[in-house]
Design a protein around this ligand. Structure first.
Ligand code: AMP
Length: 285
C-alpha cells in the first residue's frame, strides 16, 4: 500500500488525535528526505514499537547556516515515497516551508551548552534550528515514540535533553549507524563526494575503529588515542578535520581519562561534503 502523504499541519494533527483515540501507538521518524538504508533502519525500529509509523520529510531551512547547503541539499520526494511505502509507513508528513515558518514566525527552542559543543562550534545556530523543528514536529505528529540515528550522536543527546526539560510525552529511541560495506556512514550528503573522494572517505571510520581497538587493548589516555586517529586521517590531505574529540556522553566535554562509556566524535570536510561520524566505546571496568 502507498503511504498517505499529508501536507497540512492541521490535517496531520487531526490524524494523530484520531489515532490516539483508537489507542494506536504512533512511531515517528523525522528526516530531511533523500532516503537511504540508514533512514529505513529507523523506520524498522519504529515498526517494532509502534502500531502506526509516520515519517516526516522536511529540509528544515533554519538549521542551515547562510553559507551552508540548503539550496543544493538533495531531494527526491517520489523516490522517498516509494521507499517508505515499501517499508510499510502509513503516513508521510511533507509540510510546506511557508506553513512551518510563516512570515510572522518568532519562536525558537534552545538547549543550552550542549548545542555549543562539537558540531555546534562549527555550525552556529544549527541545533537551535534542529530542536525548534523537532519540537514543532512533535506537537504536530504527537508521537509516542520517536527514532533518531546514532550517526547524529550530538543531535540525539540534545533531543533527549529537550524532551526531558520540556516534558514532551515521547520516548526517544536511538538506532545504530548504518554503514556502507567499506565503513563509511551512510548520509544523504555522500552524493557530494567525487569518485576519488568517496574512496578516501572510509578513513574516518578506520580511525574510529583504531580508537576502539586501542581502548580495548587498555589505552586510557585520550591524547594517545586521538594522536593515533589523527595520524591516520592526516595521511589523507584532502580530509580537513573540523574536530576530533573524546567526550563525556552527558555533557559532551572532553574527558581527562577514558572510563565507563565515552563518545568519540569527529567532523571533517572532504571536497564539497561535510562528513560526521562517531562511536560510543565502553571500557570493561
Ligand atoms: P537526516 O535526513 O540526515 O536529517 O536524518 C534523519 C534521521 O536519520 C536522523 O535521526 C539521523 O540521525 C538518521 N540517520 C542518518 N544517517 C543515518 C545512518 N547512516 N544510520 C542511522 N541513522 C541515520
Amino acid at each position: 500500500m502507498m503511504s498517505k502523504v499529508v501536507r497540512s499541519i492541521n490535517v496531520m494533527q487531526c490524524i494523530a488525535r484520531e489515532l490516539h483515540t483508537k489507542k494506536k501507538v504512533i512511531g515517528f521518524v523525522p528526516t530531511m528526505g533523500y532516503l537511504h538504508a540508514g533512514h529505513l533502519s529507523l523506520v524498522n525500529v519504529a515498526k517494532k514499537y509502534a502500531d502506526v509509523v509516520i515519517v516526516s520529510i522536511f529540509v528544515n531551512p533554519i538549521q542551515f547556516g547562510p553559507s551552508e547547503d540548503f539550496n543544493i541539499y538533495p531531494r527526491d520526494f517520489q523516490r522517498d515515497r516509494r521507499l517508505l511505502s515499501a517499508a510499510g509507513v502509513a503516513y508521510i508528513f511533507y509540510p510546506d516551508i511557508n506553513q512551518m515558518y510563516p512570515k510572522s514566525y518568532r519562536t525558537y527552542v534552545e538547549v543550552k551548552e550542549l548545542s555549543d559543543k562539537l558540531c555546534g562550534r562549527f555550525r552556529v545556530g544549527h541545533f537551535v534550528g534542529v530542536t525548534t523543528v523537532v519540537a514543532k514536529l512533535f506537537n504536530i505528529v504527537q508521537p509516542d515514540i520517536a527514532v533518531f540515528g546514532q550517526k547524529d550522536a550530538q543531535q540525539a543527546i540534545i533531543i533527549k535533553r529537550m524532551v526531558k526539560d520540556l516534558n514532551f510525552p515521547v520516548k526517544i529511541i536511538v538506532a545504530p549507524t548504518v554503514r556502507e560495506k567499506d565503513g563509511l556512514a551512510m548520509s544523504s550528503r555522500n552524493v557530494y563526494l567525487t569518485t576519488e573522494e568517496r574512496q578516501k572517505a572510509p578513513v574516518l571510520y578506520q580511525a574510529l575503529t583504531i580508537a576502539k581497538r586501542l581502548i580495548a587493548q587498555g589505552e586510557r589516555d585520550p591524547a594517545k588515542v586521538l594522536q593515533a586517529m589523527r595520524t591516520l586521517i592526516d595521511a589523507v590531505p584532502e580530509l580537513k578535520l573540523e574536530y576530533l574529540e573524546i567526550v563525556d556522553l552527558d555533557n559532551l566535554e572532553p574527558v581527562p581519562i577514558i572510563k565507563n562509556r565515552v563518545l568519540i566524535a569527529l567532523a571533517a570536510r572532504l571536497g564539497k561534503a561535510r562528513l560526521i561520524d562517531n562511536i560510543i566505546v565502553k571500557t570493561n571496568g
